[in-house]
Design a protein around this ligand. Structure first.
Ligand code: ADP
Ligand code: MG
Length: 206
């Protein structure tokens, strides 16, 4: 795929995040401090603006711009975590003019490793890792064509599963068992990113 696919994804993802800004903050009000929507909305709006003003030359450049913006502009846990995710993907894709679906999956595998290291989190702790890890593992499990509808369904199912989990990482961990029964905000924003991505990739040849 050419960089336009990734650019379109980032633009669409930004629109989804702006649309769900209040809902993301509402989720965070239930088990955190209520700023996740504001954080994500500010970070992505700024990243998209940077891309519009000064378009990077390739996919790695786009990812790098998002990473640096999120790290600089988003306070809270999610800024550095998403920043790391995009930074790791950028490093993996550096120098590639054309990126295959497989390579993008491999780049996001690096993102998963980065998020887990940075947040010291494992799956099952009610964080964004609960969406990122299963989705990327499944992505890399395909030998041939990637089934993007299946991946979208998995992202959604993985998000839903965070409802029944007790948070043991991040701010929500202070609530202990009272965090059970609520979706994790970072898992929701991760689902939004993947949903937009798989929609975009459906029309793309590997
Ligand atoms: P903060 O919690 O600092 O207010 P946000 O509200 O923007 O930051 O983001 C909260 C989200 O960040 C959580 O819902 C969770 O998905 C994710 N998160 C928090 N801590 C961690 C961690 N240690 N590892 C992975 N993800 C985390
Ligand atoms: Mg918060």
């Amino acid at each position: 795929m050419q960089k336009d696919v990734i650019k379109n994804w980032l633009f669409t993802a930004n629109e989804c995040i702006q649309e769900k800004k209040d809902f993301l903050s509402e989720l965070d009000r239930a088990i955190g401090d209520g700023d996740h929507g504001v954080n994500m909305s500010r970070g992505f709006a700024e990243a998209v603006q940077k891309i519009r003003d000064n378009e990077p030359a390739d996919v790695a450049g786009l990812m790098q711009t998002v990473a640096m913006t999120l790290i600089a502009k988003v306070g809270g846990a999610s800024g550095p975590l998403y920043g790391t995710a995009f930074l790791k993907a950028a490093a993996y894709l550096k120098g590639k003019a054309d990126v295959t679906v497989r390579e993008l999956g491999e780049a996001f595998k690096e993102s998963v490793i980065g998020i887990k290291q940075r947040g010291k989190a494992e799956p099952g702790q009610k964080t964004m890792v609960d969406v990122w890890e299963p989705v990327v593992e499944k992505w890399l499990s395909y030998d041939g064509a990637v089934d993007f509808d299946e991946l979208r369904a998995l992202a959604e199912a993985s998000l839903e599963k965070t409802k029944d989990l007790e948070a043991t990482k991040g701010r929500a961990a202070y609530l202990g068992k009272r965090s059970i029964g609520h979706l994790d905000p970072g898992a929701y924003s991760s689902y939004l990113l993947f949903d937009a991505l798989f929609n975009e990739l459906k029309g793309v040849k590997a």
